[in-house]
Design a protein. Sequence first.
Length: 230
Amino acid sequence: MVPLLVIVGIVVVGAVAYFSWLAEKKRREAMAALAAELGWRFDRTRDRSHDDEYAHFEIFRRGHSRAAYNTMWGELERQGRRWPAKMGDFTYKITTSTGKSTSTQTYRFSYLILHMPWSRVPDLLIRREGMFDKIAGVLGFDDIDFESAEFSRRFHVSSPDKRFAYDVIDPRMMEFLLKGDPPTVDLENRRCCISDGRRRWEPVEFRQKLAWITEFLDHWPKHVLASLQI
């Protein structure tokens, strides 16, 4: 009986490993096909320098054994300019120890990064309001509030330049953000990253995220764009 159970266990583990490999293969092929359709480059290998290049984004500094993979590079053409872009998957590990045992958990998520075409642009963070934000607000560490109570209730917004935040997030932008379920937008060091930092997107979602960030940029008021080009 024991040898039979061992054999069954080996078969089950082997089957799980095979189907996991097959799913990853199909994912890579779909992402490579998307990159080819966009005229972008695709690289499945692990890039361990990504977390250093984009260290200003907190999601790329978590844990250890960090690496980007299934990476797509290309450009978006918006407002008469070329915006270098990069998107793909990212992985990291967190190891915890109780003193008696050690365990390691692997995390994966997807991202999209745009390099802004301006020499200077203030940092800006827009994300869903969370429980810790509400607690921080009670303690006096509040985010930027807007005239729309609904928007202020649903979104956390922070920036070292409040005037810039108010200019970008005008009533038209608020309406755009409120009508859907937007990803976190983190604009730092002249780069804009969208990701929830928690899960990988399906291959079709990368196209949807490209469409979303394009529409997001199209909602920036003209006077803001003009001021950034000075």
